[in-house]
Ligand binder design. Structure first.
Ligand code: SF4
Length: 98
């Protein structure tokens, strides 16, 4: 067993900085009635907590805080359920400690 101190993901995330590009979100969810299994899964597996269900059950994304891990892009862009681009230069996540 490692002697390294255990640090929760949420504690690590607080060191990131994120510059919002107002009005230009870099991820968008395609309109849908009922989320697919994979789209619904993003509400629990996105490490930044960007995906959530709205009041009527559809999945929405608020990309502020996205750390560009690419998980949702790999899972959902090929099926057309989301569009995903990198934020414009100077915007998005800034990793302070690698
Ligand atoms: S790229 Fe990663 S952090 Fe960003 S919204 Fe997708 S799963 Fe979340």
């Amino acid at each position: 067993m490692s002697d390294e101190p255990k640090v929760r993901v949420e504690e690590k995330l607080q060191y990131n900085r994120y510059l919002v590009d107002p009005g230009k979100p870099h991820i968008a969810v395609a309109p849908h009635e009922t989320p697919s299994r994979n789209l619904q899964a993003m509400t629990t597996i996105c490490p930044a907590g960007c995906y959530a269900n709205n009041a009527t059950g559809q999945v929405e994304v608020v990309a502020d805080g996205c750390m560009e891990c690419g998980t949702c892009r790999i899972l959902l862009e090929p099926t057309g359920e989301i569009t995903w681009t990198y934020p414009r230069g100077g915007f998005g996540v800034l990793f302070k400690f690698g």
